[in-house]
Design a protein around this ligand. Sequence first.
Ligand code: KIV
Length: 294
Amino acid sequence: MATKVTAPSILARKGGSKIKMVTAYDTPTTRIADRAGADIILVGDSVANVVLGYDDTLAVTVDVMIHHIAAVTRATPNALVVGDMPWLSYHTSEQETIRNAGRFIQEGGAGAVKLEGGRKRLPMVAAVLSAEIPVMGHIGLTPQSVHTMGGYRVQGRDAHAAYELISDAHALADAGVFALVLEGVPDVVAEIITEGISVPTIGIGAGVKCDGQVLVFHDVTGLGSGESLPKFVKQYAQLQDDAVAALEAFFADVESGAFPSEAHTYHMPPESEAILRNLSRDADYLMADEAMEQ
Ligand code: KIV
C-alpha cells in the first residue's frame, strides 16, 4: 500500500516529480481521484459553482465546506486532503481564522487548508500555521476576489502587477506555506516564481513550468455543466454524455419492459409461493363474501 501523502512530503517534492492535484467534493469522486494517483485532493470552494449551482464561490460557508471535506476524508484516500477556506472564514480576525481552520481538521479530517491572497493575508496565514495546521497559498486569479477583479481575469499581465505577484509568492513562502497555487497568470510569471521560491508551485492556467498542476474534477472528466470552459482546461472524457446515454438506455428498458430481467429479480422458494397464492385467492373470496353481506 502506498504511503499517505502529507504536507511535508509535498514540500519535499520541490523541483522533483510533478505534483498532481485535482478537486473532489464527495466520496465516489475521491475514490476515483485516489485510484488514478492524485497526490493532493482539494475540496475546493468551487463546490459552490461546480456542484451546488451557485454563480460563484462566495456563497459557501464553513459548515458546507466541512460537510464536503468529511465526505472526501471518509473515502480514506492516500492523497493529502486540503480543505479550501471559504470567503469570510479568514478575513475578520486571527482567532476566528484559527477556529475555522481547526474545524476543517477536527470535524472534516483534512490534512491542510488553503486560503487565497498574498501579503494582505499574511497575518492569517501565520495564525493558522501557529496552530500547527499546514497552509497552501493561492495567488493570481483568486475567485473569491471576483468583484474587486471585475470578473475572472488573468492576473499579472503587466510588469508591475507581475512584480506584485512575485513579491506575494516570496512572502507566502517565507511565512511557511507548504505549496502555492498559481491561478490564471502568464507562464513567465509562474516560471519566475517557481524558480525563485523554495516551495512547490501548483498551476492552474499558469503554464507548464510549475511544480505541479491542478484542475477541477468535473472539468477534466466532462461531468460538468457543459458550459464553455476556461482556456486552461483540458477535458479528457465526456462523462456527462456517457451518463445521459446510460439513463436513456435505462428509461427505454423501463418503457419496453426489458428491465428488470430475470437477472435483476428476487424469487420466493416455490413452496412459499404456492402457499401465498392460495392464501391470496382465499382472501379474495373472503373479501367478496364480506362485500355481498353489506
Ligand atoms: O476551489 C477550487 O477549485 C480551487 C482551485 C481549482 C485551485 O481553488
